[in-house]
Design a binder for this molecule. Structure first.
Ligand code: ATP
Length: 229
């Protein structure tokens, strides 16, 4: 049921200049739910993230957070109210070490290191020298310490080493346990499908199918990507 959703996009139309990319997107994420938004290149997934985070204005439709219409809210106001777009939620200082980065906002980074051993091993290294995945883990550390209400991640596992992806998805799983509503966007239905509770397929600027992960089989995946669903 859409009514118990914490975060919703309703009939969102948006684009760039004269180009309409989103043609009526409906999406709903509940507390403690992982929604995987899947679709081919150019389907409009990144544009959906931009609208959700408040980085792009809609030309029609609404964005609703916990029953409040936040469509006109700028990104910083949505962020303050707990809508976090990863990994841009909080910047990393490339010249500071991992430990110094964490200590800019956290008195004792111990709990972060416990959950993210990959970062613990790199604590003395300049953040700018980390791999992309490690930097992503570092930007997600605040979410672990103080969970957002809604976390949106665009292609979180893209180009990351398997070990880092594993840790990243452990972070997402923990956030789900703690009641965060997660919208995870991926092009390919790989690791994210294992974590997802709900799957939404996107094609040509619309969500063409939404349903429980259990109903997603190979036939459904093929149909979704080929556009026959
Ligand atoms: P990808 O995985 O390739 O990022 P996507 O599903 O995330 O695909 P979007 O990035 O949302 O899709 O792009 C959807 C369409 O919008 C594409 O046709 C793309 O060319 C266009 N588009 C994206 N960003 C811009 C922009 N800043 N200006 C103009 N057109 C854009």
């Amino acid at each position: 049921a859409v009514e118990d959703a914490l975060f919703r996009l309703e009939g969102v139309v948006a684009g760039y200049g004269d180009v309409t990319v989103l043609r009526g997107v409906d999406l709903a994420v509940r507390p403690g739910e992982v929604v995987a938004l899947l679709g081919a290149n150019g389907a409009g997934k990144s544009t959906t993230c931009a609208v959700a985070a408040g980085d792009l204005r809609v030309t029609a439709g609404r964005v609703v957070l916990d029953g409040t219409d936040v469509t006109s809210w700028p990104a910083h106001r949505r962020a303050r109210e707990g809508v976090l777009l990863a990994p841009e939620g909080r910047g990393v200082f490339p010249g500071l070490t991992v430990d110094e980065n964490l200590r800019t906002w956290l008195a004792d980074p111990g709990p972060v290191y416990e959950r993210l051993p990959q970062l613990a091993r790199r604590r003395g290294l300049a953040a700018g020298a980390l791999s992309g995945g490690e930097q992503q883990l570092l930007t997600l550390a605040p979410a672990l310490v103080r969970p957002p209400r809604v976390l949106i991640a665009d292609e979180p596992s893209l180009g990351l080493a398997p070990l880092v992806v594993e840790q990243l998805f452990e972070v997402f799983a923990e956030l789900r346990e703690r009641g965060v509503a997660l919208l995870l966007v991926e092009e390919k239905a790989t690791s994210v499908l294992e974590l997802a509770d709900t799957v939404a397929f996107m094609r040509l600027g619309r969500v063409t199918w939404t349903g429980p992960r259990a109903e997603v089989d190979d036939a459904r995946l093929t149909a979704a990507y080929l556009g026959v669903s």
